[in-house]
Design a protein around this ligand. Structure first.
Ligand code: GLN
Length: 190
């Protein structure tokens, strides 16, 4: 299975390494024909405003919207989750979010870089031990629609969720060396 990692900006290399470690073929996606060629896609962390502009510049915005409308499995991490959200708070007025996840998320809601943190996050779907979750200028999910399944919470706030084939987390799963979320995303079909 070919799993693309949007590679316009942000934390791509460790996602590609994690994909190969779970037995998938990870490929960087920078152009429309590369997007057309993948079965699934990871939208990495980085800066959602910049990624939104770069999607436009690469002529990927509409092809990506079409693949998402066709229910391509997608995992958005941190900035990637913001790209998937229905509403983005404290964003730029021209930043695109695709609405594949019926959630509202507020950018940089924990504060600046100095408020970045790590924690052990229990995720029932991943079993034990808890996942080491690394939050870097992360958003907070403030609204969750009825069709969204929340898979993990931190201090009451959803931090990992899915809606059909769209998955999103507000932390960086590629940074901890724990491959369980990548494996689950690659294996799940519903
Ligand atoms: N604050 C970033 C944004 O708004 C997200 C940070 C991250 O992806 N680590 O896009």
């Amino acid at each position: 299975m070919k799993v693309g990692v949007l590679a316009l900006q942000g934390a791509t290399d460790l996602h590609l390494a994690a994909l190969s470690d779970v037995g998938a073929t990870g490929v960087p996606v920078r152009r429309p024909h590369e997007l057309a060629d993948v079965d699934r896609l990871i939208l990495p962390g980085g800066e959602s405003t910049t990624m939104s502009m770069m999607l436009d510049a690469a002529r990927l915005t509409e092809p990506l919207a079409e693949r998402l409308a066709d229910a391509m499995p997608v995992l958005g991490t941190c900035a990637g989750l913001l790209l998937l959200a229905a509403e983005v708070g404290d964003g730029r007025s021209d930043q695109r979010s695709f609405g594949a996840l019926d959630i509202g998320a507020r950018r940089n809601a924990y504060g600046p870089q100095t408020e970045s943190f790590e924690t052990d996050l229990p995720v029932a779907a991943l079993g034990s031990p808890p996942m080491r979750a690394i939050f870097i200028r992360s958003p907070i999910i403030e609204r969750v629609g009825a069709g969204v399944e929340v898979l993990a919470r931190l201090d009451g706030n959803p931090v990992l969720c899915r809606q059909g084939r769209a998955w999103g987390c507000t932390f960086h799963p590629e940074l901890s060396g724990d491959l369980r979320l990548h494996r689950l995303f690659c294996e799940e079909t519903a």
